[in-house]
Design a protein. Structure first.
Length: 256
């Protein structure tokens, strides 16, 4: 098989001890393309080094993660915008709003989110949205801007049926599903089962959200196989169909 991990932080220091071996395991498992979301100014160099080591297989995004939005967010955004002028990226991400840990910088998160959506329009790139405890706030932003030309994915979707329906009603977003769908009590399998396969892309969010049966350990792209297995159970179609449809979705969304 040949599949795409649409969201993986394989450049992070969690992989410093065995990065090359981890990538080889991914390729051996058929995960031949890994998309890498940026976090902040500090993560850019490591991400681009990863891309240089594995050209056309590890592909970078550019964006400021909402939990990295602090007092200096404008300065960080300025540096990132300069990178967008320098070279190609596959998306603006990951961006969005996170109110799980800290609501101190909600106004700044909203501002950064809107600025980066404008980047996506300017550079004709999809957006990768991080939404944690913040669906209402994100929907309010999306409901009050011109979405013409905007495409993207709600990464690590863990919402309910109503929220999934709202996202899909925009007509320009996919839902990114990772190891959470394998968690026994997540209920996410029942939610995604209410929608057609054409609305989904696969991701790991490695090193986080490790799927069953490896929960509690570091996640990695080769574990995408467990998410595929859960999709087979949910949608009652063949592995080949899961891979073909979700890979087609990812290729079209990220213009790969």
């Amino acid at each position: 098989m040949s599949v795409i991990d649409t969201h993986s932080h394989i450049y992070s220091d969690h992989f410093d001890e065995d990065r090359d071996e981890m990538v080889k395991r991914a390729f051996a498992a058929g995960v031949n393309t890994i998309l890498m979301p940026n976090i902040d100014v500090e993560s850019i160099d490591a991400m681009l080094e990863m891309e240089e080591s594995y050209p056309n297989q590890c592909i970078s995004m550019m964006g400021l993660h909402p939990t990295s939005v602090k007092d200096d967010y404008r300065e960080q955004l300025s540096i990132m915008e300069a990178w967008l002028h320098k070279r190609k990226f596959c998306a603006i991400g990951e961006i969005g709003i996170d109110l799980y840990w800290d609501k101190t910088f909600i106004k700044e998160q909203l501002d950064a989110f809107k600025i980066q959506i404008d980047w996506a329009k300017k550079w004709n790139l999809p957006i990768v949205i991080h939404a944690r405890d913040s669906f209402d706030e994100i929907f309010e932003v999306l409901d009050n801007i011109n979405l013409e030309g905007v495409t993207g994915v709600f990464h690590s979707f863990t919402g309910n049926v109503e929220q999934a329906g709202k996202i899909l009603s925009y007509g320009c977003f996919k839902l990114g599903v990772n190891g959470v769908v394998t968690f026994k009590n997540s209920g996410l399998d029942k939610v995604i089962g209410e929608f057609e396969l054409e609305h989904f892309v696969l991701e790991t969010d490695a090193p986080y959200l490790t799927p069953t049966p490896h929960r509690g350990k570091r996640n990695e792209p080769s574990y995408l196989q467990y998410i595929i297995s859960k999709f087979i159970d949910v949608f009652q179609v063949s592995e080949q169909e899961i891979i073909e449809v979700t890979t087609k979705n990812a290729k079209e969304l990220f213009r790969l």
